[in-house]
Design a binder for this molecule. Structure first.
Ligand SMILES: Nc1ncnc2c1ncn2[C@@H]1O[C@H](COP(=O)(O)OP(=O)(O)OP(=O)(O)O)[C@@H](O)[C@H]1O
Ligand SMILES: [Mg+2]
Length: 428
């Protein structure tokens, strides 16, 4: 690329296209160098593959990067003289044990000879015109030689509705483990804990390495942004990166969206340095690009009646800023201080907005919050984790809060902008 001042419009268009290509808000990561952090989770998955009889279960909130982690495994896992046969399938609500494993078997092939003696490649599913049982799964997977190591990822496992199917998958993993079959099954799904993914089948948990995917740390978000910017020849400063990290609340989807739009804004203004003003300008276009269903849910949640004025949007915004436990849950009292910053001089007490918190948990407002626990100790959480950053983006964009009120700059940790990340490099 020529120097900034001698670039033609075509050069700027090419740079914009590079930025758009580097970020992937809508798709899991497929390239090793573009995958940030998650070192301990990768190691745990690699351990599961290396140990016979061990399998893995990856669980966490929606959108934290579970599928990306499973994808990256095939790129980082190298075993001398072994061929890893990686298959990932998505479970869907109508799947039975047979349909789920048919998807897997369609993607696994073996070499054989046809009746004329020609070498051909056959899909395993061709051998199963009818039902598939856990015993079939164990027998098929036992037939792979020492040099072939199937890794089977059953993604979106939480979407399975049929309890019998979940039960049979647990049985199959148990028998693959008991017979020490040279295959690794990785179950991936949205869940708080593993028991909600493998309900009532605790006997299998000993065979499973449990991998919780937390939200990404600011350091990991920084790495996500800087790797992509530096690939495109764009630079930035610590304020801009911190703002992206703060606003995305550890959800990589938002980090992709904000960093991409901030760079596009900067490129439109013929600059290759992204600053925090560009991130501000990115709010509009990021909101436009967000999933329509989030926007509709937001409108439903905060719609106001005459009597309650601005309180619904402000209480929801304060909820988005409340300090949470590691499961993203907060108490009503944690909402008071942010609310009093958003609407100063009113001195709101929890009792003033208890009604609002309750109605956020009802159908009428789309159950934007979930409530747990008992009356004295209720805890709340955003039903959809993707809603929380959205509420903050809207609050800033509509001028309901400023950066200072949002504490964006007062809580800024020291992020240094070198590409020598303090997190360990990916295992090789
Ligand atoms: N380690 C990472 N580094 C960079 N980007 C990431 C990383 N993990 C995830 N992402 C990005 O975050 C977004 C969500 O990732 P992914 O689809 O893997 O999440 P998920 O947990 O599988 O989501 P869902 O619960 O909806 O299935 C994608 O845009 C992906 O590119
Ligand atoms: Mg996924």
């Amino acid at each position: 690329m020529p120097a900034t001042n001698s670039r033609t419009q075509e050069d700027w268009d090419a740079l914009r296209a590079d930025i758009t290509e580097a970020f992937s808000p809508g798709a899991p990561v497929q390239e090793k160098d573009l995958f940030s952090g998650r070192t301990s989770q990768i190691r745990a998955l690699m351990d599961a593959v290396s140990q016979r009889g061990r399998h893995a279960i990856v669980f966490g909130e929606r959108g934290v990067g579970k599928t990306s982690l499973a994808n990256i495994l095939k790129l980082v896992m190298h075993r001398p003289n072994r061929e890893l046969m990686y298959v990932r399938v998505n479970a869907d609500p109508n799947d039975t044990f047979t349909t789920l494993w048919k998807k897997v078997f369609k993607r696994l092939t073996y070499e054989t000879q046809n009746i004329t003696g020609q070498q051909i490649s056959k899909k395993i599913s061709d051998d199963f015109p009818g039902d598939i049982s856990p015993d079939d799964v164990q027998l098929v997977l036992s037939e792979f030689t020492e040099n072939h190591n199937p890794i089977i990822v059953l993604d979106e496992f939480d979407r399975l509705k049929d309890q019998a199917t979940i039960h049979l998958v647990a049985d199959s993993i148990k028998s693959l483990s008991d017979y020490s079959v040279n295959t690794t099954v990785v179950i991936v799904g949205v869940a708080e804990d593993i028991s909600s993914l493998i309900r009532g089948h605790e006997s299998v948990t000993r065979a499973l390495i449990q991998i919780r995917m937390p939200r990404m740390s600011p350091e990991e978000i920084k790495q996500l942004v800087l790797t992509r910017y530096s690939r495109c020849g764009v630079v930035t400063d610590a304020d801009a990166v911190w703002k992206i990290a703060f606003l995305s609340r550890g959800l990589p989807y938002y980090a992709h969206l904000l960093a991409m739009n901030a760079a596009r804004y900067s490129i439109e203004n013929k600059k290759t340095t992204v600053n925090h003003g560009d991130v501000d300008k990115a709010l509009d276009s990021s909101i436009v690009e967000l999933d329509q269903s989030i926007k509709e849910k937001y409108v439903l949640a905060v719609r106001t009646q005459k009597s309650d004025g601005v309180l619904y949007p402000s209480v929801l915004l304060a909820c988005a800023f409340a300090s949470t436990d590691e499961l993203g849950r907060f108490q009503q009292t944690a909402v008071t201080s942010p609310l009093n910053k958003i609407l100063p001089e009113k001195n709101y007490q929890p009792s003033t907005f208890a009604l609002h918190m309750n109605s956020f948990c009802e159908d009428d407002r789309g159950r934007v919050l979930q409530r747990f626990g008992t009356a004295r100790n209720y805890r709340y959480r955003f039903s959809d984790p993707m809603m929380q950053p959205f509420v903050i983006l809207k609050g800033l964009n509509e001028g309901r809060i400023t950066d200072q009120v949002a504490d964006i700059f007062s809580t800024k940790p020291q992020l240094t902008l070198d590409l020598e990340f303090s997190t360990e490099p990916l295992p090789r």
